[in-house]
Design a protein around this ligand. Structure first.
Ligand SMILES: [Zn+2]
Length: 298
């Protein structure tokens, strides 16, 4: 049961979005800045994203007539313009994902603004104006949220407060929040990356993907929103993507679903929320103005 269901366009039973964060090798450069240039294996693992996986993913989308969202750090746009141009040419959305995959909680607000605008310049260089944002490692802060509102963004996709999109209000304005969750993120089942402190036993494609497909079944039954947060260098690998492709063919043929970009979904939710009988949930920031003090805990 979903308390605040959204009626999706054309009476679709479930809204669906596969989002890919094309982080490429930004991850190793931000985590090992002193010698990342000479760490060839993680660089190559990241490069697999723009060079091998993205063309494969775009080919499937083209064949199935899907338009989806990608989130790309500014530095990756500069390094791999062909991959990003191919996304844009295919009619897909490219959202803001920091500059070098920097974690907003590790920088001052001034530094964060600098990174943010450097990324905006990279988007502009390929003719893209992002209207959505996903924080690297989901670590959005109150300061970044305000910055998004100030810069005219329409949605954020970093928080985990609901199953379906909702509105997030602040004193300065409001964004549509398109929620994420680790349950549909491919990092836990498929990433094995010692250099950034992440060592997980890699799951078989059917086991890792099976968890995401079970999430779909629940959302389909409840009239919800199935949202995957994947990475080209993980789920775009051959065996995994073959299974995704077959699954997509089956679902598109037999289920009443609305696959859309997060930009389209957030625009729809914003308009829908303005109808008098809609029940889109509204949350409010800040959550807190300070951490609970030790004294208050006693
Ligand atoms: Zn990322």
């Amino acid at each position: 049961m979903i308390q605040n269901p959204i009626s999706w366009p054309n009476n679709a039973r479930c809204a669906c979005a596969i989002t890919f964060d094309m982080d490429a090798d930004s991850l190793i450069h931000i985590s090992k800045p002193s010698d990342s240039d000479n760490r060839l294996y993680p660089i190559s693992m990241g490069k697999y994203g723009p060079q091998i996986a993205v063309p494969r993913i775009l080919d499937t989308y083209k064949r199935l007539g899907l338009k989806q969202s990608f989130f790309v750090p500014g530095w990756c746009i500069e390094q791999y313009p062909a991959a990003v141009e191919a996304m844009l040419e295919g009619g897909h959305e490219v959202g803001h994902h920091g500059y070098l995959h920097e974690d907003p909680t590790r920088h001052s607000h001034e530094e964060q603004i600098e990174w943010f605008d450097k990324a905006m310049a990279a988007h502009q260089k390929v003719g893209n104006t992002p209207k959505g944002y996903r924080a690297p490692v989901y670590n959005i802060t109150q300061g970044v949220f305000d910055l998004l509102i100030e810069r005219g963004f329409e949605y954020d996709s970093s928080l985990m407060g609901d199953d379906i999109p909702y509105l997030m209000n602040t004193a300065n304005g409001s964004l549509v929040e398109v929620p994420v969750h680790w349950g549909t993120d491919d990092w836990p089942p498929f990433a094995h990356y010692e250099e950034i402190g992440y060592m997980m036993p890699v799951k078989a494609p059917s086991v890792g993907l099976g968890a995401f497909f079970e999430e779909f079944e629940a959302h389909y039954e409840a009239g919800g929103f199935w949202h995957c947060i994947w990475h080209p260098f993980l789920t775009g690998r051959l065996a995994r993507w073959q299974q995704v492709e077959r699954w997509l063919e089956k679902i598109l043929e037999s289920h009443d679903v609305w696959f859309a970009t997060l930009g389209e979904i957030s625009e729809y939710v914003r308009t829908y929320s303005q109808q008098p009988d809609s029940k889109v949930r509204v949350d409010q920031l800040p959550y807190y103005n300070a951490p609970p003090s030790i004294a208050a805990r006693k």
